[in-house]
Ligand binder design. Sequence first.
Ligand code: 9D3
Length: 264
Amino acid sequence: MPRFDVLTLFAGYFEPLRSQGICRRAFDSGALQLRTWNPRDHASGAHRSVDDRPYGGGPGMVMLAEPLLGALRAAQDARASAGLGPAPVLLFSPTGRALRQPEVQRLAASEGAVLVCGRYEGIDQRFIDHYVDAEISLGDFVLSGGEIPALALLDAVARLLPGVLGDELSAQQDSFSDGLLDCPHYTRPPVFEGSEVPQVLLGGDHARIARWRRDRMLELSWRRRPELVLELERAGRLDRHDLRLLAVLRERDTQDPGTPPAGA
Ligand code: 9D3
């Protein structure tokens, strides 16, 4: 049952999580716990500043290390009082490594973590050097702070918790498809604007359907995210049938260089 302690200047971002959708179910059932901590409550001086101008000059403001440390200590003390062991401290930062599903799976099976949400141009490097275990990014685009990445992580964790999705198969399918993009899906009507549903899906041969889906996952992944396929290949996680299809896809690439997969 993971617990997350979030250091943020904007606790309001996390309220919708408690009141809507999958995450609400996770909180209501006690499968997920969340507490926010505001560095401003640990700031000193008449103005309770949480940021200041950067040494060396330049635009923007930098988050002060001391209020962050005050909030971190309060969070860690509360976790210890709740009988939890030391938790990893994860900072959301555009310079971090992109979040991936294996890390989400590890967190869902753990006691949780302390999540630090940065604002402004960044936070004092000394806080990172002394207290942060890992830096996580959501991808190569610029946000105004770490709150939305933290929400994304919490959502990704919540849907993996037992009893939360209601449909345990969906989470299982994640691990089957682990590492590949999903296949296309179809539902009624059988003909939409002249396009039919692939025949194999209407036939009821479940082994054939499973293989078709796996083939489409591999094919789509090879086109759009070849590095994902190469990763599975290197890890020995493609079966004989996968490898045969991959050989066909590679052959196709050499014959039709019109649409080379990026980076393959
Ligand atoms: C001019 C340099 N900027 C980096 C591109 C500074 C900067 C911009 C935005 C520093 C921090 C931020 C706020 N972003 C986050 O805190 C953040 C983030 C993101 O912007 N993109 C993807 N993932 C993340 S995780 C945290």
